[in-house]
Design a protein. Structure first.
Length: 365
């Protein structure tokens, strides 16, 4: 059986100890013929549900002539454990089919590959952003309305690049937003975490009263969001799918890029806009600026050349629906995962009330 876009005879490695100079040579050689990695040193290994391996490498003359950097970040599942979801393969396909060779607000990719079949492995060789001199985003940061406006300009550049794009339409491997088990079934998959958090005072005091009183109403509302999203017609674009501040990196030039493309979809860019905007602003900041910020995003999107952009009133009504997605996503987190989930859940809880999200969705039933 052959694997991936390069028809490899053997599957990709599944453990970090198999990431060797010889293996990396065979991967990079597909994209840069004649390149050989002469030595490889692991600088940092981060294993969670997937893996990030930062490496220092040395090349032969061909690799040096190709301009390959001496520091790289290799992403995949090198935990030695099977992952039942396609997140690594999805990210690898995004970089290979849609991102390579394009100036997108995403890390620079040098090579990507994936296995076909049940393995779900995918590997991406990226620039090492630790060495790039910028700043990784975190939900503990306060970037204010000006910082969010600048980020929305970069997000509009991403969405504008793929707005009604034939390349996006041709990517038949790319799921439609809110029409795949990773989206539709997400709260049920993580329901054990939701129930755990629903039992904690730190969550109860931040959640909407209706959700504490009847958690299953939350599930029904999320199902209605999925149904509503699938029924929408109009221009589609790339959807990052997990576009919160902690999945971003601020380059030294002031432009923000998005990391972790494991939930990439096609669909409404307002899923990304809502998830980023509501999560990145304090409640007071959002209340004061969200309409203006949405108008700013729309103007920036039109400035990319995107056509048939919905009217601002239509975008606002759609934006009001999407707060339920953020509420769902943050309900499945734990304190020790490194993000400020208490503030995030509070911001999305209040947003669903401020925007009348529950009423909008339940009116669809």
């Amino acid at each position: 059986m052959s694997h991936g876009p390069y028809a490899r005879p053997a599957p990709l490695p599944g453990h970090w100890e198999e990431v060797t100079a010889s293996w990396l040579s065979s991967l990079l050689e597909q994209q840069y013929p004649g390149t050989a990695v002469e030595h490889l040193e692991v600088v940092e290994l981060r294993n969670t549900h997937t893996s990030k391996i930062r490496v220092a490498v040395g090349y032969n003359d061909t690799g040096l002539s190709a301009g390959l950097p001496e520091r790289l970040c290799i992403k995949g599942n090198f935990t030695g454990r099977h992952n039942p979801f396609e997140i690594c393969r999805m990210e690898a396909r995004f970089y290979h089919d849609l991102a390579e060779g394009h100036a997108l607000p995403a890390p620079v990719s040098y090579c990507s590959d994936w296995d076909e079949g049940a393995g779900n492995q995918g590997v991406v060789v990226l620039e090492d952003l630790v060495e790039a001199g910028g700043e990784f985003g975190s939900t503990y940061q306060r970037i204010g309305t000006e910082g969010v406006a600048r980020a929305l300009t970069d997000l509009a550049a991403l969405h504008g690049h793929f707005w009604n794009s034939p390349r996006l339409a041709a990517a038949d491997w790319l799921p439609r937003s809110m029409d795949t088990p990773g989206d539709c079934d997400q709260p049920r998959i993580i329901w054990w975490l939701v129930e755990e958090n629903l039992s904690r005072d730190v969550y109860i005091e931040r959640l909407p009263g209706w959700m504490v009183a009847d958690p299953r109403r939350f599930l029904r509302a999320y199902d209605l969001l999925n149904h509503w999203a699938r029924e929408q017609r109009g221009p589609e674009t790339i959807v990052h799918g997990d576009s919160y501040l902690g999945n971003t990196y601020l380059r030294p030039d002031g432009h923000r890029i998005w990391l972790d493309w494991q939930m990439v979809r096609r669909g409404s860019g307002l899923r990304d806009v809502s998830y980023f905007l509501v999560g990145a602003l304090t409640i007071e900041e959002r209340r004061a600026a969200e309409r203006d910020l949405l108008a700013h995003y729309r103007d920036a999107l039109r400035a990319t050349g995107a056509r048939d952009v919905p009217a601002l009133g239509t975008m606002w009504e759609h934006y009001r629906h999407w707060a339920m997605y953020g509420l769902m996503s943050w309900m499945g987190t734990r304190d020790h995962w490194g993000q400020d989930n208490h503030s995030a859940i509070h911001r999305f809880s209040v947003a669903t009330d401020d925007l009348g999200t529950l009423g909008l969705l339940e009116a669809l039933a």
